[in-house]
Design a protein around this ligand. Structure first.
Ligand code: GLV
Length: 342
């Protein structure tokens, strides 16, 4: 009977699909509110045909080795897969899958929730009201910024970036600029969007900048021989937004990040927010997750959410189903639909 190791509890639907197939499903219940430890990952992987992992769990070569020779697939419960060593998986003939598509709308909605929250000072106003400071309506009380007619710069025009563009252009009447390694003329026509071939030229033109790229680290010399299709890291996104680039933004601009924390140099961002280099930031992801740079927590011009952009009941359930389905397909000898590595 195939054995499935689930690194942390996930919505029941995915578990039910696996159990209905007659698989033995081992869930690492101890890690309900924290990441799984290396020992838990290795112990769970031993003898498993499949690992269903979540993004807090580093599926390294060491973890995969613990699962060999049985381990055939690591199915990530996330669209991002920077927690998995893809080179090691390829080398060891282990498939890797993710959960794209089902969370696109939810993450785009959360991006807008953050954008509206920072521009209309929602979290700050909530703190103000709760603190009993609302003594009278005021003509200049907590003035914010409109989104309408403003310019948004979208960095990364994948599924989520495109959906953010739809809300921006068609819902909020914003002008859309975008950067992506691959320009998309059809998208430009549909949304009146303008391609800017260089991030440094995009930033000074935007009132809002929203990031939608995968986390890609630069090539390490030890990886130099790794297959090109896996590690084409010329387009590294680590610290894509750094001190120098923050200075290229308008002092009135806002930065929104729902991608991955290390895409932004968080220390440089805290400094830029403190010193007025940019007006505000709204972040769902953090460079040293779950730690948050302490200065950010002190600032009023920041909205923080704890990596919940895809966290709706429906979406998390669909992610669990997709991850389970990828495992079933792989173990029944078919190609899983959301293959990242094989
Ligand atoms: C969430 O961050 C994901 O990658 O699904």
């Amino acid at each position: 009977m195939p054995k499935i190791f689930v690194t942390r509890p996930i919505p029941e639907m995915g578990i039910k699909m696996l159990r209905d197939k007659g698989y033995e499903v081992l869930i690492n219940e101890a890690a309900k509110e924290r990441a799984a430890t290396l020992d838990e990952l290795k112990d769970g992987a031993r003898g498993a045909d499949a690992i269903l992992s979540v993004l807090t769990d580093k599926i390294t070569a060491e973890v995969m080795d613990a699962g060999l020779p049985m381990l055939k697939i690591v199915a990530n419960f996330a669209v991002g897969y920077d927690n998995i060593d893809l080179g090691a998986a390829k080398q060891k003939n282990i498939m890797v899958t993710n959960t794209p598509g089902v969370l696109t709308e939810t993450v785009a909605e959360h991006t807008f929730a953050l954008m509206i929250a920072i521009a209309h000072r929602i979290a700050e106003a909530d703190r103000f009201a709760r603190a009993g400071k609302f003594t009278a309506w005021g003509p200049e009380l907590l003035l914010g910024t409109d989104l309408c007619h403003k310019t948004i710069g979208i960095i990364g025009l994948g599924r989520i970036g495109s959906r953010v563009a739809l809300h921006a252009a068609k819902g909020f009447g914003m002008k859309v600029l975008y950067y992506d390694p691959n320009p998309n003329p059809d998208f430009e026509k549909e949304f009146g969007a303008v391609y800017v071939a260089n991030i440094d030229e995009l930033l000074p033109q935007c009132d809002f900048v929203s990031i939608h790229v995968p986390l890609l680290y630069p090539v390490k010399s030890s990886e130099a021989g790794t297959p090109k299709e896996l590690f084409d890291r010329v387009n590294s996104t680590y610290h894509l937004i750094n001190e120098e680039r923050l200075k290229k933004m308008k002092p009135s601009a806002y930065l929104i990040n729902t991608s991955r924390g290390p895409v932004v140099d968080e220390k440089a961002l805290a400094q830029a927010l403190k010193s007025g280099v940019i007006k505000g930031a709204a972040l769902d992801v953090f460079e040293f997750e779950p730690e948050i740079t302490p200065e950010l927590k002190e600032l009023d011009n920041v909205v923080l959410t704890p990596h919940i952009a895809s966290a709706t009941i429906g979406t998390r359930s669909r992610m669990a189903e997709l991850a389970a389905n990828n495992i079933i397909e792989a173990l029944e000898g078919r190609t899983p639909p959301n293959l990242v590595v094989k």
